[in-house]
Design a protein around this ligand. Structure first.
Ligand code: PHE
Length: 348
């Protein structure tokens, strides 16, 4: 009878202790107070040895019962607590779909990248491969193998960023011509374009020491200046509009012969004459020419069998024209306010 009372008291106390449990930690403390090392139930078990033998059986039953009851109550408290915590969490995380949404931050494609993509698409549609070359290249690929003789002003450290005597920041994308020919040795037709950054020791108001070029090279049998002309006309009209005219002026590059400089109808005034074109109606956009036999020979192509043409526009100006950018420096400073204006609607 006395034991029976004790059991009831314990359960009552446990029930009232459990009422105050709010957290898992609280529950852990209650658990320890009953089943832990010095817990109420544990101490009752230790009493077993003091119980006279004839009562041991009865006491054992009592112990089992109380252990079972305590454990059940603790377990049900635990699952209740978990349920409550989960509910609380769900309530906290409830989404109020009537709230106005936060503005989604979205990147935009840089105007330069867009011009490159547009040009790549155009040339890929004509069967060209797009390649890339390293921005650090050798003096050999950038000059020697392009038939740029020793002593040429472009080789001067005043114009080119040399890293040591053999390596430099490429001053044009033309080393791509050498790299492509050397990797293919007499495999034709070769048709590649190579967009990329180039570096020159120029920095005044109208020149940046870093800008973008878009090299093109075609090598095969019977490739002529006429093919170059047709290709560049298409290039200019597709990129700048059907009304664009193209003008070829004789020029000199050591790696092409004949060489030309190519002008397009001024994109600002349409040819009437304005401050951008210095009243001429034309804007110079690229250098080009028929690949010099020495260049073919040095890169493993027989110039008696193969001919080719190459061109290398600076493309920053195209981006400026197409996107109404007035200061070339804006292209490279990556001011977020500038870039945000070029949100591409089709990536929404
Ligand atoms: N590499 C020349 C430049 O940077 C451009 C060019 C490329 C000229 C290909 C002829 C042929 O000015």
């Amino acid at each position: 009878m006395e034991e029976y009372m004790e059991r009831e008291d314990i359960i009552k106390k446990l029930e009232s202790d459990l009422k105050n449990v709010k957290t898992k930690n609280d529950l852990q403390n209650v658990k320890a107070a009953y089943l832990g090392k010095n817990g109420i139930v544990t101490n009752l078990s230790l009493k077993m040895k003091e119980i006279p033998n004839e009562e041991k059986r009865e006491y054992g039953k009592f112990l089992n019962l109380i252990k079972e009851e305590v454990t059940t109550k603790l377990e049900s408290m635990e699952s209740e607590l978990e349920k409550n915590l989960l509910e609380e969490k769900l309530n906290e995380e409830k989404i109020d779909i009537t709230l106005p949404s936060r503005k989604k931050l979205k990147g935009s494609i840089h105007p330069m990248t867009r011009v490159v993509e547009e040009l790549e698409d155009l040339f890929v549609s004509m069967g060209y491969d797009v390649i890339s070359g390293p921005e650090i290249d050798t003096d050999m690929n950038s000059f020697t193998k392009l038939n740029l003789p020793e002593g040429h002003p472009a080789r001067d450290a005043q114009d080119t960023f040399y890293l040591d005597k053999d390596y430099l920041l490429r001053p044009h994308t033309s080393p791509a011509q050498v790299r492509t020919m050397e990797a293919n040795k007499e495999k034709t037709p070769l048709r590649i374009v190579c967009p990329g950054k180039v570096y020159r020791r120029d920095d005044d108001a109208t020149h940046s020491h870093q800008f973008m070029q878009f090299e093109g090279l075609v090598v095969g049998e019977d490739i002529s200046l006429a093919d170059l002309k047709g290709t560049l006309e298409l290039f200019a009209k597709k990129l700048l509009g059907e009304k664009t005219n193209v003008r070829f002026r004789p020029s000199y590059f050591p790696f092409t012969e004949p060489s030309c400089e190519v002008d397009v109808t001024c994109f600002k005034c349409g040819g009437k004459g304005c401050s951008l074109c210095k009243q001429t109606g034309w804007i110079e956009v690229l250098g080009a020419g028929v690949v010099h036999p020495n260049v073919l020979r040095m890169s493993g192509y027989d110039p008696d069998k193969y001919t080719g043409f190459a061109f290398g526009p600076g493309i920053d100006r195209f981006a400026m024209f197409k996107y109404g950018i007035t200061d070339i420096r804006q292209i490279y400073t990556n001011d977020i306010r500038f870039l945000e204006q070029f949100d591409r609607k089709d990536v929404d």
